[in-house]
Design a protein around this ligand. Sequence first.
Ligand code: ADP
Length: 623
Amino acid sequence: MSKKPMSWSETIKLNNRAFSIFFKRYPQMVLSRIISVVWNALTPYVGIRLSALVIDELAGSRDTGRLRFLVLLTLVSAAVIALMSALLNKWKEVQNSGDWWKVNHLFFEKLLDMDYVSRDESKTAELLSIIRQNQSGVGWGLHKVIKGYEELCSSVFTLVGGIALTVFLFVSRVPESAGAYTVLNNPLFIVLMIAVMLMITYVAPVLSNKADSYWALNVKFLNRSNRLYSFFGSLGYHREIATDVRMYRQDRICKNNNQENRENSFGSKGLMAKCGRGPMGLYNAASAAVSVIFTGVVYTFVCLKAWAGAFGLGAVSQYVASITKVSGGMSALISALGGMRNNAAFLVPVFEFLDIPNNMYQGSLSVEKRRDRKYEVEFRNVSFKYPGSENYALRNVNMKFEIGRRLAVVGMNGSGKTTFIKLLCRLYDPTEGEILLNGIDIRKYNYAEYMMIFSVVFQDFRLFALKLGENVACNTAYDREQVMDSLKKSGFSERLSELQDGVETYLYKDYDSNGVNISGGEAQKIAIARALYKDAPFIILDEPTAALDPIAEAEIYSKFNDIAGDKTAIYISHRLSSCKFCDMIVVFHDGAIIQQGTHDSLVADENGKYYELWHAQAQYYTE
Ligand code: ADP
């Protein structure tokens, strides 16, 4: 439990920052909400004032002409107010449609925009998870910000309107003929009355905010509970673990964790229930009781002044109604401020996430679009440590690619093959050394343009549950012929001819019940077609064939030799047989290149790693 609530200056800073983000992006959404609440706060006073005038007229001179005018005015004003409220409401509804999406879009954009290094860090995942869990309950965080400002404006304008209609309650004098009641005119008495009213008005919401503050004070504990609950409580939603859950009865571990979590946090014996039975409950009860006292004091004061002759019947109804509103406005103001302070604690991780810096140097050099696809890449003394890691994943890597050739990168698991590709594609920058494209450090190029020269099929590629054509083109608009051509080259033609809707067929059944399920090998062919459709000068296969047996992998790799055409192709595999046709093979071991050459030259070196690996694996393959 954190010791202190957030300071007011920090509360205002965080809320204002969130407000201005929304206001800049969606000004109409914000304005429609604020203007609506101000309108709704002020307009009830028109009715209150007009009814007071009608009552006074009825109890006083009873002039029928004036009465008719007042009643007509009341009706017309009520109609105009209702009409305007409806119009404002409509505007608000339109501007606020999809507001949940608008908030989540901020996170979505940030995730896509951040450096891959940051995206890959566990701290990022942790922050994201905290934010999402806070949102998923009662919407703590960004979702509550505009609501907070609405409550603030509503309460302030309720107060302003109410005070304007209540001033005369305090300044109107009891006539001297009222005897002892003239004490009500004494300024000291009036100050005392106002002080009592303000005190009660202040105390009620303070007590209720105090009760609510237990949520914010326990934010750390609740963040953790929410995270646990969202993971263990929703295991069934993840299709990719559906087999493991059944095989190992993982539901048991979830059940136990859920139960423990529920008991400790949200259950009847948990922390929040304890708070509810204890201090939270007491504060809430006291707050309700104090509000009733206020009503009693107001009625007594207004009725005494009216009894003594300070004002008429109409004014009684006006003062009672508006002073009750003043009190309500005051409570709402304090409660809005308290709510904003409580929510500010949940804004901290939001801004921590949105402020994750993009530290990767972004150059501006244009990547020359060469017709001859002559791009030369060189690794010069490159070493690399993953952020937060002590060990080198790559050490002193030196190599130059020959354009249009086939390069194979082989080595045992964990030897640095994927890291090598990630550095080549600038997902990470080297810790030491440099990578050059046509003699220039790749950091100096425009990043988006640099990425355009690579097509990589990673080990853990993912296809979307969208149309086959959309998957290949990575776009909703695509060139059908080109998609079919890419699929043909990757060896998917046979399966494609069986698909009823051709390239329009949906993969998986998430969005279309006629969608098709595909095997690991078919998915891999689609992923290769996607790489071909991009038509980049470099094509890289990073063991995307883990789902296939060695023979099938070798078939795909050897076929790929033809498909790659004039492109520079890089193959990564820990299965040596798949790569033996390559022009050059580099052998990685413990993050370093320990051998390079052709298959024949490497296999001839009986003391080399390649020889050892080749013979260890040979038993699995039949020629
Ligand atoms: P390979 O592709 O040859 O199987 P990798 O390039 O994936 O090997 O891994 C090389 C080394 O870097 C391994 O020791 C691995 O544990 C480590 N490593 C890989 N990814 C990360 C990461 N995101 N953070 C920290 N270490 C990593």
